[in-house]
Design a protein around this ligand. Structure first.
Ligand SMILES: *Cc1c(COP(=O)(O)O)cnc(C)c1O
Length: 373
């Protein structure tokens, strides 16, 4: 069986290998069988290994998309009468603020410019002024803009003030190397369909086991999405509390094998090749990226719409998609951008092919690539 290969340049789900796709096709199995529990046990161990955690760290699996992890960490790890500080410079940290608002959890939205990385000294200042903050939260790579945040420095500041540091690493995990210990991270999170190049429906939190145990005494704000409850059930039974995404877990087992076979350094080098090829192609066409190159995480480019009335993102999208390449809408406030991403099982040659198609699309629609300012 062969499956048509699409090159996804959207920020996840990403292009997968055929071997990962096929790993989902398995004999029907009840997820309470030992055979399946063993797979989850290995997966939990490997998820910690990807970010170089030691025996102090554990991972907890959930059935859901990446946003579920944000919800879980925020609602589960806040002690009574304490506050969350969100170092917010983009769409994903704004989503974390929304989660705080929906649960009515006391929080500070440290709203910062979206086109530059978070300045750790501002986090330091906010924590000095607010001694009741217990959790500091930020996003490693703001997938909406492409900006990388200095988590190691923010984490050091959080720890200086005795706070737990939670980072959304959904769009860096298993791509840009992370060392959970050296990077001063207590909890991080991702979903299987981005860096791991697996399927949708499985997400996970990696973090400090002692802090999860401590959180057993914190207010329970959700029945399904509580970190301690899910952790405790895993520890006692080896099972997910409720039905797991069985086939996605088989795919992720295969994706994990492929991750370790490729290796952290080689995989990051491949993403970097893809990213460089995207920048090279854009420069040749004359398209501009919104965020300064030195602020970019090396995975997402926010491309400014050219100033030509013939420009139509929808038309360009459809033209490229018909030829096997999916581009994505932008997410940087009200600035008109679209995104090209270096995620997934792709390499520089895919980008060279894509750039030919993009150039053809621009010619076909008579677009004059220029900027008025
Ligand atoms: C993709 C992503 C998420 C999760 O989004 P879902 O649509 O829920 O999968 C969360 N945070 C970041 C930074 C992301 O890139």
């Amino acid at each position: 069986m062969t499956v048509k290969r699409n090159v996804l340049l959207n920020p996840g789900p990403a292009t997968t290998t055929d071997t990962v796709k096929m790993a989902q096709v398995i004999p029907d199995i009840c997820p309470r069988e030992q055979e399946f529990l063993d797979i989850m046990k290995d997966l939990r161990r490997d998820l910690v290994k990807v970010v170089h955690g030691d025996e102090r760290y554990t991972s907890v699996l959930f059935c859901g998309s990446g946003t579920l992890n944000m919800d879980v960490c925020l609602n589960s790890l806040l002690p009574a009468d304490k506050k969350i500080l969100v170092a917010n410079n983009g769409a994903y940290s704004s989503r974390a603020v929304d989660v705080c608002r929906y649960y009515g959890m006391p929080h500070i939205d440290l709203s910062l410019p979206i086109e530059t990385p978070v300045d750790p000294s501002l986090v330091d200042k906010a924590l000095a002024e607010n001694p009741d903050v217990a959790l500091v939260y930020t996003t490693h790579h703001e997938t909406g803009s492409g900006v990388l945040n200095p988590i190691r420095e923010i984490g050091a500041v959080a720890h200086k003030h005795g706070c737990t540091f939670i980072v959304d690493t959904t769009s860096t995990y298993a791509m840009r190397p992370i060392n959970i210990i050296d990077d001063n991270v207590d909890f991080l999170m991702a979903s299987a369909q981005k860096g791991l190049q697996s399927m949708t429906g499985l997400s996970f939190v990696v973090g400090r086991e002692d802090k999860i145990k401590e959180s057993a005494a914190f207010p329970k704000r959700s029945f399904y999405c509580n970190l301690f409850r899910q952790y405790d059930f895993f520890e006692k039974t080896g099972e997910m509390h409720f039905t797991p995404p069985v086939q996605t877990i088989y795919a992720t087992r295969q994706a994990m094998k492929e991750y370790f076979a490729e290796g952290e350094t080689a995989k990051w080098a491949r993403h970097t090749r893809v990213f460089e090829a995207l920048h090279k192609g854009l420069a040749e066409i004359g398209l501009r990226s919104l965020i300064k190159r030195e602020y970019q995480a090396g995975l997402v480019i926010s491309v400014c719409y050219p100033d030509d009335p013939n420009w139509s993102f929808e038309k360009i999208h459809d033209y490229c998609r018909d030829r096997g390449f999916t581009i994505y809408a932008g997410k940087v406030g009200s600035v008109k951008t679209f995104r090209l991403c270096a995620l997934g099982a792709i390499d520089a040659c895919d980008i060279e092919n894509f750039m030919k198609v993009l150039k053809d699309a621009i010619t076909t629609y008579g677009i004059n690539v220029r900027y008025n300012s």
